[in-house]
Design a protein around this ligand. Structure first.
Ligand code: AP5
Ligand code: MG
Length: 264
């Protein structure tokens, strides 16, 4: 399927609700889309032991949210690296202010330009500038920061009963290098414990312990309501509920077609 205009979608939902899974399905149906997962970006930094990764590793392993200042800059740099943000001035080495007011971060870059909130960012309406953000923004602060540089045009709130999610987390396996997600019951790999595409070994995520997951859920519950209200007030929120992918995926695909798909 083809998009007729840029889709800038964010996925919001409890840990394990299927954000990553639905993002992959959207990509399969709409080749013009691309996805950024905040969790994947962070896990890659942890794995590579970058200064940022070292800083956030313990926070992530106990299921707490990393500071807004770090995640906002990480995501905006990624958006810019992928060419989805176009600073409208020839700014050099501009740095986003952060919500805590401190210039903490370890994110060093050799790139010469960086989005500056003081100068308006031009967004492209070309379908090739479409993206899905999985797991970002996660708080009202983060949403406001994002709004200053790029307008989102669809917010998807995925809902599934907590009891179902718990079963899924117990069965989740990931291919760490690519972030591909499997499950021992749903979406099994072709060969047990092995990634379908590369033949690499599948592992469990470090934060998929029951206690850690509970903390992640508490974090979600305490930060998501203001975020959802914020986007509902803007008329951007679309909610979808289901206990299985068979219920959610078709609804999600048809909503994306309705809003962004090419007219037949
Ligand atoms: P992140 O990686 O975003 O984790 P999360 O929100 O806890 O969500 P998950 O990735 O666990 O679940 P998912 O919804 O993607 O579900 P999945 O598709 O895998 O964040 C990790 C950490 O990074 C955070 O705790 C925090 O520390 C930090 N962080 C990230 N973003 C941040 C931010 N913005 N601000 C601050 N800190 C941030 O599905 C789960 C399982 O269920 C899989 O096994 C899957 O195969 C299976 N499954 C999926 N759909 C179905 C279905 N329909 N039926 C049956 N099984 C299914
Ligand atoms: Mg995920």
């Amino acid at each position: 399927m083809r998009l007729r205009k840029a889709a800038r979608i964010i996925l919001i939902g409890a840990p394990g609700v299927g954000k990553g899974t639905q993002a992959v399905r959207l990509l399969e149906s709409f080749p013009q889309l691309a996805t950024i997962s905040s969790g994947e970006l962070l896990r890659n930094n942890v794995k590579k032991q970058t200064p940022l990764g070292i800083k956030v590793a313990s926070t992530m392993s106990i299921g707490q949210l990393v500071p807004d200042s770090i995640i906002v800059r990480l995501i905006l740099l990624e958006l810019q690296t992928r060419g989805w943000l176009f600073p409208s001035t020839d700014s050099s080495s501009l740095v986003l202010s952060n919500t805590s007011g401190s210039r903490d971060t370890d994110i060093s870059t050799n790139r010469s330009s960086f989005p500056d909130k003081a100068s308006p960012i031009q967004t492209s309406d070309d379908p090739s500038a479409s993206f899905i953000l999985d797991g970002f923004p996660r708080s009202l602060n983060q949403a406001r920061e994002l709004d200053q540089v790029i307008p989102i045009n669809l917010v998807v709130y995925l809902k599934t009963p907590t009891s179902k999610i718990l079963e899924r987390i117990a069965g989740r396996l990931v291919h760490a290098p690519s972030g591909r997600v499997y499950n021992t019951t749903f979406n099994k790999p072709k060969v047990d414990g092995i990634d379908d595409l590369t033949g690499g070994v599948l592992t469990k995520r470090d934060d998929d312990q029951l206690e850690t997951w509970k903390t992640r859920l508490e974090q979600f519950e305490s930060t998501s309501r203001p975020l959802l209200d914020y986007y509902a007030d803007k008329g951007l929120l679309w909610e979808v509920e289901g206990t299985s992918s068979d219920e959610i995926t078709p609804q999600l695909l048809s909503e994306v077609v309705r809003r962004f798909g090419e007219n037949e």
